[in-house]
Design a protein. Structure first.
Length: 464
């Protein structure tokens, strides 16, 4: 059996040698065929090493803007190795297999398919080795296995080059939609118009966004509000919560959507009839319809996070990822110190955003240096454990609440969202209103102060 899937008689891996030979012969007759098949196959996809080496040589000639014929190819093969004479004789016997370019493209598809199946077999063998080794937790082995399987697909689907006209068309479509007030066709809305305006329409796909603050300022609640807004706009959200259980997050979402005080949901005997009606009505409906998937595994390895996201995206349409929080992420190998580990985690989070083409919001703690200054307003230098977080991030949002540090406060019930880094736009501050009892946020009209803080609102500050 010369082509196709392996049989019990020959035991060979999947291969399409007739198709490989047809591609090479067609390129010799018409070098334009190479341009047609290049997006589909490369030299590593050929089962026969000789065919792959000849194909790579043809590509080198094309890149050098030289014609591809027996003379130029023979000369190039002579310079590449001692088997050139055999290769030239081999090529001369292929000319009767030359086909039109359309057929060569179909052949390329067969070769690429067989190559993908061989990679799948190789990945399967490697997965078996990992399973037998038993030198790491099963979770880590599963994550490696999923990454190996994902690489089988991504290698054949990744696009190395994008034509400027295609990129321009996408950009202009998005620009036109925003100009006409229809909202960005690519960006994910934050739910806060003033913040959307500063960000150019919302979260940009492939961006790594750091949302950082000191404890109890409101990081997790704002992350939930952002998830709820994205879901309301029709975007699926994957939220990895390493600090809080999914049940606790659902409780906070119910407080936001129903208007019931979070404290009452923790102590339901305090709820009134009106509270129950609000909960059973719009509150539960809003959360039940939210397109948010939670993973509350504590101390998650970044490699496991990636594999779970890839698996989730096969089942659900996901347009936004939220990770809470960075300091609880780990790697599946040891580093000499935490700074090196966080540096690598930061790099992998940025790679995840680029690879998946999704905005990734990562909640992060700020260092205690904030507390040691007379003015407690955070700065980029307060990001904990690694300067690479600031370097890798496309956006850094720092949160500040005046009423957390100053009581009574001249600016009660407000949250400053400081856009401290914006790789593709302006920096500045957007102020949101806080409803401490329901853990929710709102726009603050320009020039309008929020309502005076009640004395007992201080009891709810720790919820943030």
């Amino acid at each position: 059996m010369r082509n196709g899937a392996p049989s019990s008689s020959d035991g060979l891996p999947p291969h399409q040698t007739d198709a490989e030979e047809g591609i090479l012969a067609s390129i010799l007759v018409n070098q334009q065929t190479l341009v047609d098949v290049l997006p589909i196959v490369d030299g590593k996809d050929f089962y026969r090493k000789r065919n792959g080496a000849i194909f790579d040589t043809m590509c080198a000639l094309y890149e050098a803007e030289q014609p591809i014929d027996f003379v130029t190819l023979g000369d190039a093969l002579v310079r590449r190795g001692p088997d050139a004479a055999d290769d030239i004789l081999y090529l001369s016997g292929l000319l009767d297999k030359a086909q039109p370019s359309v057929s060569a493209v179909a052949y390329a598809g067969l070769v690429a398919d067989a190559a993908a199946r061989r990679r799948l077999i190789s990945a399967g063998a490697r997965i078996a080795q990992l399973a037998f080794a038993a030198d790491q937790p099963p979770d880590a082995t599963v994550a490696q296995a999923e990454n190996l399987l994902a690489s089988v697909l991504t290698r054949s689907t990744q696009q190395e080059w994008a034509d400027s006209a295609d990129v321009l068309g996408d950009y202009l479509d998005d620009l036109r939609a925003r100009t006409e007030g229809a909202g960005s066709t690519r960006r994910v809305p934050t739910g806060f118009p003033s913040l959307d305006a500063m960000l150019g329409g919302g979260w940009e796909p492939s961006d790594l966004i750091i949302l950082a603050a000191r404890p109890s300022i409101g990081k997790t609640n704002l992350a939930l509000a952002l998830a709820l807004a994205a879901s309301g706009a029709g975007t699926g959200v994957a939220m990895f919560s390493l600090e809080m259980a999914a049940r606790q997050l659902i409780g906070r979402l119910l407080s936001m959507t129903s208007g019931i005080e979070a404290a009452k949901l923790r102590e339901p005997d305090r709820m009134t009839t009106l509270d129950t009606e609000s909960l059973l009505g719009p509150g539960i409906e809003a959360v039940a319809n939210a397109r948010i998937a939670f993973d509350d595994t504590p101390s998650l390895a970044i490699q496991t996070l990636r594999s779970r996201l890839v698996r989730l995206r096969r089942r659900r349409d996901i347009g936004l990822v939220i990770v809470d929080h960075l300091q609880l992420l780990r790697l599946d190998r040891r580093f000499d110190n935490r700074v090196q580990e966080v540096t690598e985690i930061s790099r992998l989070l940025k790679a995840l955003a680029r690879e998946q083409g999704l905005p990734v919001i990562v909640v992060s703690q700020l260092s205690r240096a904030v507390e040691q200054r007379p003015k407690k307003i955070p700065a980029l230098s307060d990001l904990r454990e690694s300067g690479s977080i600031e370097q890798d991030a496309d956006l850094v949002l720092l949160l500040y609440r005046d009423d957390y540090y100053n009581r009574p406060s001249l600016r009660p019930n407000t949250l400053d969202v400081i856009v401290a880094k914006h790789r593709n736009g302006p920096v500045g501050t957007v102020t949101l209103g806080i409803q401490p009892t329901t853990l929710s946020f709102s726009e603050v009209p320009e020039g309008q102060e929020s309502a005076d803080v009640r004395q007992d609102d201080a009891d709810f500050f720790d919820d943030f």
